[in-house]
Write a protein that binds this ligand. Structure first.
Ligand SMILES: Cc1cc2nc3c(=O)[nH]c(=O)nc-3n(C[C@H](O)[C@H](O)[C@H](O)COP(=O)(O)OP(=O)(O)OC[C@H]3O[C@@H](n4cnc5c(N)ncnc54)[C@H](O)[C@@H]3O)c2cc1C
Length: 292
């Protein structure tokens, strides 16, 4: 029986994914699901395993490039408000995997809890941030994580304690299927001081990145000791276009997708940037974004 017959209320076939991503390009998901509770999520995940349907979890779509052909299998989004709760207990904040990182940061600052304010301006959800250990010069999200609750591909809920959590540059040991929630242990500080620090950080980010355009943030990881944006700039690639995709003039590691751009345009531009940088500096750039 087709998946949408058994999960009629939460599964839609052929859902366009472009509007769910920051780049706004790419094709549909074969099935798109927005479960309303952890139990419903577990039932769906088990059914996908039984039917051998590939499953992907979509957060805010700010680090993803969807191919024009679309995504086979099931794309699940934790859109229900029940997956986005944020609660305080002493110096700890717990946030659902579907909560916006920005919402967690503003809650922490308001509550006088320091650490996360350095991440202001990073779009997306708690699940996406922990999966890729999102960060900035001021630190990364993983350094504040003290516990996580995940769901495996078998639909089991498992707790991960601090000593099981390992984070590195844009990497995390949280590789189970779903990050359901996480706890962050923060330092107490004056909310006014925190607000000032956050605003300063926000101004720096806005000045250096083309935040008003369709992009997916940094396309490439910075190789150890080097800066991918500088390497791309030195290769003279700022402003280079393929179809509707362009290397940003403001920040060379951002690709802007103009209205009408295709995923294919972005992929061809990525290839071009990679080969020019390799020719000029001998560095093979590795993708930071995920291609689905
Ligand atoms: C304008 C702009 C600026 C950016 N600036 C930064 C920056 O300064 N620093 C930085 O690190 N990144 C930056 N990014 C990249 C991006 O915002 C981060 O990688 C972000 O953490 C991705 O979160 P997301 O919810 O959008 O994840 P998505 O893009 O939806 O998904 C990314 C990955 O996370 C997985 N995932 C998402 N949710 C879950 C979940 N609940 N459970 C398990 N896996 C999950 C997905 O399956 C996928 O593998 C920027 C992006 C943009 C568009």
């Amino acid at each position: 029986m087709p998946l949408q017959d058994d999960f009629e209320a939460i599964v839609r076939p052929d859902e366009p994914l472009a509007p769910h991503t920051w780049l706004h390009v790419g094709g549909p998901a074969e099935y798109f699901a927005e479960p309303r509770s952890p139990d419903e999520l577990a039932a769906l995940v088990r059914r996908c395993r039984d039917d051998e349907l590939p499953v992907r979890i979509l957060g805010g779509g700010s680090n993803i490039l969807v191919r024009d052909e679309g995504v086979p299998g099931v794309v699940i989004r934790l859109a229900d408000p029940g997956f986005a709760d944020i609660e305080r207990l002493g110096r700890r904040l717990t946030a659902g995997g579907g909560a916006k990182l920005g919402h967690l940061i503003s809650t922490a600052v308001r509550e006088g809890l320091a650490g996360l304010e350095a991440l202001v301006g990073i779009p997306g959800t708690i699940g996406g941030a922990l999966h890729g250990n999102a960060g900035s010069r001021g630190g990364d999200v993983g350094q504040w994580a003290s516990r996580a609750t995940v769901m495996t591909a078998a639909g089991e809920v498992v707790e991960r304690a601090r000593d099981e959590l390992v984070f590195a540059y844009r990497q995390s040991s949280l590789d189970e299927l779903v990050i359901l929630s996480a706890e962050f242990e923060l330092d107490e500080e004056d909310p006014d001081e925190l607000t000032k620090r956050m605003q300063k950080q926000w101004i720096v980010k806005k000045a250096s990145q083309p935040l008003g355009h369709q992009s997916a943030g940094c396309i490439f990881k910075s190789p150890s000791g080097l800066n991918a944006g500088v390497l791309i700039d030195q290769a003279g690639l700022k402003g280079t276009r393929v179809g509707g995709a362009e290397v940003s003039d403001r920040h060379a590691n951002f690709i802007i997708a103009e209205p009408g751009a295709t995923s294919h345009d972005v992929l061809r531009l990525i290839d071009l940037v990679r080969s020019r940088v390799a020719d000029r500096s001998g560095v093979e750039l590795e993708l930071e974004i995920e291609v689905w």
